[in-house]
Design a protein around this ligand. Structure first.
Ligand SMILES: Nc1ncnc2c1ncn2[C@@H]1O[C@H](COP(=O)(O)OP(=O)(O)OP(=O)(O)O)[C@@H](O)[C@H]1O
Ligand SMILES: [Mg+2]
Length: 276
């Protein structure tokens, strides 16, 4: 069953189509990758799915059309996201960042808070921190942590809201290869535990290793979809990553590796930052 399904999704900024008639599905308990060169429309797709930009087309979540709902209502329904840039409150500890994210702001919660102190049972949140190797950092401020740890706290924060589907926008950006592989294993085990994930990342080694299925956007349009093996061998994908058209975009923070090393078996691999 599809936990998340978008059809005919389009987003325009002024006269420009950032996402054009895009269809995508995330099955229950599956890990789906969304890749493409800089400016391809990946973040805009997640913004549209989670209700942060207006879009055309249908967004079905857990069997319900949510395209008319606000971002807050979508989050409350169980559609979580992480952000490409920092999302943490720097003056709150790691645990407090999770507590804020886990709180349901509704009338019942408001009345409860009036009559009794905030629920300080943090055992569930501790479990989340534990699963991401962050238990020792619960009382630290985000500014005391490494970049890699802050990215993990961003993931923990999203998990604190107990999403059914989590859209992750470049969780591995800025991590070194070892950190990125460790994060990949953690994401995979969350999915193996039942979470459904839509993952954007530029680390081809990561996405081609852990995803069940991938969609590739270029200039807002779907140019390929398939299993990692199919994507690895797709000539349109290789061209999109190596093409002249994107040469100006390379060398930015994402560090997209445009080398095309042979994968095991001699098939060209796209990117290839960590594996082949
Ligand atoms: N708020 C906005 N207003 C105008 N144009 C925008 C806006 N947000 C994104 N765009 C444009 O839409 C296109 C898609 O941008 P988007 O951020 O979705 O790309 P991306 O695939 O996430 O890229 P990256 O890999 O660099 O994060 C780009 O041309 C971008 O400049
Ligand atoms: Mg982006």
């Amino acid at each position: 069953m599809a936990m998340l399904s978008i059809s005919g999704l389009s987003v325009s900024f002024g006269g420009k189509r950032a996402v054009d008639d895009f269809n995508l599905e995330v099955g229950a308990g599956s890990l789906v990758g969304l890749i493409g060169p800089n400016g391809a429309g990946k973040t805009t797709t997640i913004d549209a799915i989670t209700g942060f930009v207006p879009s055309q087309g249908a967004v079905d979540f857990d069997g319900t059309d949510i395209s008319g709902l606000s971002s807050t209502m979508r989050a409350r329904a169980g559609l979580g996201r992480t952000w490409q840039s920092s999302e943490l409150f720097d003056d709150l500890t790691v645990m407090e960042n999770l507590q804020v994210a886990s709180e349901r702001v509704d009338v019942r919660g408001f009345l409860r808070d009036l009559f009794r102190p905030r629920n300080d049972d943090v055992s569930e949140l501790t479990k989340i921190l534990d699963s991401l190797d962050l238990a020792g950092s619960a009382d630290a401020l985000p500014t005391d942590l490494s970049h890699g740890q802050r990215k993990l706290v961003g993931v923990a924060r999203a998990l604190a809201a107990q999403p059914k589907v989590l859209c992750m926008d470049e969780p591995a950006a800025g991590l070194d290869t070892v950190e990125s592989q460790a994060l990949g294993r953690r994401i995979r085990s969350l999915v193996d535990g039942g979470l459904s994930v839509l993952l954007i990342d530029h680390d081809m080694g990561l996405v081609l290793t852990i995803c069940d299925y991938l969609y590739v956007l270029d200039f807002g349009q779907l140019i390929a979809e398939g299993t990692p093996a199919q994507i690895r061998a797709d000539s349109k994908v290789i061209t999109a990553y190596l093409g002249e058209r994107h040469s100006d975009d390379h060398g930015d923070e994402h560090g997209v590796d445009t080398a095309v090393p042979a994968a095991p078996g001699g098939t060209p691999a796209v990117g290839g930052t960590t594996d082949g």
